[in-house]
Design a protein around this ligand. Structure first.
Ligand code: I3S
Length: 128
């Protein structure tokens, strides 16, 4: 289903498990480290927590913090070219701060929903 901005103008939220790796940090290439992450889109922020398995959820327990947070304002998303990854369904997310992430799921419709949600968020917050 399509991602729709909340009509009451509350911060929109979307979450799920995605495979994520940074490829660039502060404009500098970093080594890939694909990790399954609990991912939350909250307003103009994208938050990543360690994947399930550890037993602690940063919901649930409330003790652990997100691994990292990305500010989507001024960023861009596109489908990653083949040279970026051998995986299927890979989104390339670039932030204004010079971080580049690859975001992937084997689930075609799930990743398409995320792509639209990220695009919508970036365009909604374009002028902030
Ligand atoms: O872009 P690369 O370097 O081919 O990325 C692959 C490597 O990071 C590899 O790990 P090491 O070469 O550090 O051991 C990963 O296991 C692969 O998953 C990476 O490539 P894909 O195509 O899966 O994004």
């Amino acid at each position: 289903s399509a991602y729709v901005q909340d009509p009451n103008d509350k911060p929109s939220e979307k979450c799920g498990v995605l495979n994520v790796t940074k490829i660039t940090e502060h404009g500098k290439k970093v080594r890939k480290n694909w990790t399954s992450s609990w991912t939350v889109l909250q307003g103009s922020s994208l938050l990543f927590a360690k994947g399930q398995g550890g037993g602690t959820s940063w919901f649930g327990g409330g003790q652990s913090k997100p691994e990292f947070t990305v500010d989507l304002r001024g960023g861009s998303v596109e489908w990653a070219s083949k040279d970026k990854s051998s995986k299927k369904h890979v989104i390339e997310l670039k932030t204004r701060q010079g971080t580049e992430l690859l975001i992937q799921s084997e689930n075609d419709s799930l990743i398409n929903d995320w792509f639209r949600a990220l695009q919508d968020t970036i365009s909604t917050h374009a002028w902030e």
